[in-house]
Design a protein around this ligand. Structure first.
Ligand code: ZN
Length: 421
């Protein structure tokens, strides 16, 4: 039965073609033991970009790359303009080190497949459509780099000093790939150039897989706070200093990490998480009581007020822990992104696509950051997820079932047709 929102001869994507493109993209940066390392601007990434542009053009779409390295394929459009707002879909083709083959790649290749399917069917949506692969989503140099540039959120003054953890500067990495980093802010899209944005992604967590539900309609994306805490105690002889006289900075940091975990779990409304993923102890030898300990503490929540409160309470906790142990502590905010709400219009379009295809869905918030959170600042933006088998992601055995991929691509297809109608 045809929807009243649009009518077209298009019903489903070519799943075999989508799977073969996923396998083809996975060869760029492939690791011997499975999985892929394809950091933005690396030779593997640039080879993947060239391949993607070839696929875009072979599919009958217009291909172009903007000054931030975002790679586009347009159907009925070859550039962005305020006078012809487009419906945009996409994700990213960069990966974390030793990552999986679907994170990002799925959304780009399913988007390409949808546009090719629509073009081949001779369907003419009212609005032009485009697929995009955003630059450096994973943040080797700056997370969500390409979509930030596109949405006018790039800090131009910081570009010169941006560098990867191994020290390589962004300007050098981009120059090697044929880009001028100083021009990246020029990727900013004209106002109102995007009518709507929808991104298909793997869930990267266990919720859909365990619920046995094929599709998630994403209603919000978490905000993230990162802070660097430095506990300052006293370095001392690890053998001769009586235990009760020590001002051990590592123990203060450990005490804080455990208590902060409880604070976030108990006070986060069941929807907040926390991580201490970086710890440095100084001077870092076994026969000296640590005089200084630095850690990077991250808190995520889909609720802005909760996130604000948890960040405030964590800072107060750090001071209390340091006081009780006779140490000092500095807390320096490193980054903050606000949670975003996905557009009700996009959520409704995804739900309508699920209904049309007879698929159950579940409404979830995204516990990971995504480019859609930047797009949500400039247009109606939303996301849909398919299950990640076993909830595994950011690891080489990340995978989703072939049927799940096909279902996700078909839901994306009908969502795009609704949004472009
Ligand atoms: Zn991703």
């Amino acid at each position: 039965m045809e929807s009243r929102l649009y009518s077209s001869p298009v019903s489903s994507v070519n799943a075999a073609r989508l799977h073969s493109r996923i396998a083809a993209l996975a060869r760029f940066g492939a690791l011997a033991g499975g999985g892929v390392t394809r950091s933005c601007w690396s030779p593997a990434h640039e080879e993947a970009r060239a391949w993607l542009l070839d696929e875009i053009r072979a599919a009958g779409l217009h291909g172009w790359v903007d000054p931030a390295g975002n790679t586009f394929g347009g159907l009925g459009v070859s550039a962005l303009s305020a006078s012809t707002p487009i419906v945009l879909t996409g994700s990213h083709i960069d990966t974390v080190p030793e990552g999986g083959i679907l994170d990002g790649a799925l959304g780009v290749l399913a988007g390409l497949e949808c546009l090719q399917t629509i073009r081949e069917a001779g369907a003419v949506p009212r609005r032009p459509l485009a697929v995009v692969a955003w630059s450096d989503e994973e943040g080797r140099y700056g997370s969500l780099f390409g979509s930030r540039a596109f949405c006018g959120r790039l800090d131009a003054a910081a570009l010169e000093s941006m560098a990867a953890v191994d020290g390589e500067r962004l300007v050098d990495a981009m120059a090697r790939a044929g880009f001028d980093a100083r021009r990246a802010p020029d990727a900013r899209a004209p106002a109102n150039a995007v009518h709507a944005y929808v991104e298909l992604h793997i869930e990267q967590g266990p919720r859909l897989d365990e619920a046995g539900v094929p599709i998630a309609v994403v209603d919000s994306i978490v905000g993230i706070r990162r802070a660097r805490l430095t506990f300052r105690g006293q370095a001392d002889h690890a053998g001769t200093t009586p235990m009760e006289r020590r001002r051990d900075a590592f123990l203060a940091a450990a005490d804080y990490a455990l208590k902060a975990r409880d604070l976030v779990v108990d006070g986060g409304g069941g929807r907040s998480v926390t991580n201490v993923g970086v710890v440095h102890v100084h001077p870092g030898v076994s026969n000296i009581v640590p005089g200084r300990a630095e850690l990077v503490h991250e808190i995520r929540s889909p609720d802005a007020d909760t996130l604000d409160r948890l960040a405030r309470e964590s800072q107060a906790l750090a001071v209390a822990v340091a006081d009780r142990r006779g140490l000092a502590v500095d807390v320096v905010a490193m980054s903050r992104t606000a949670p975003v709400t996905c557009s009700p219009r996009v959520q409704t379009a995804v739900e309508a696509a699920c209904k049309r295809l007879g698929l159950a869905w579940k409404t979830l918030y995204s516990a990971a950051g995504h480019d859609a959170q930047n797009l949500a600042l400039v247009t109606d933006a939303g996301m849909l997820f398919i299950p990640s088998r076993g909830g595994k992601s950011h690891r080489i055995d990340e995978t989703s079932d072939a049927d799940a991929i096909e279902r996700g691509a078909n839901v994306l297809l009908h969502t795009l047709l609704t949004l472009a109608a």
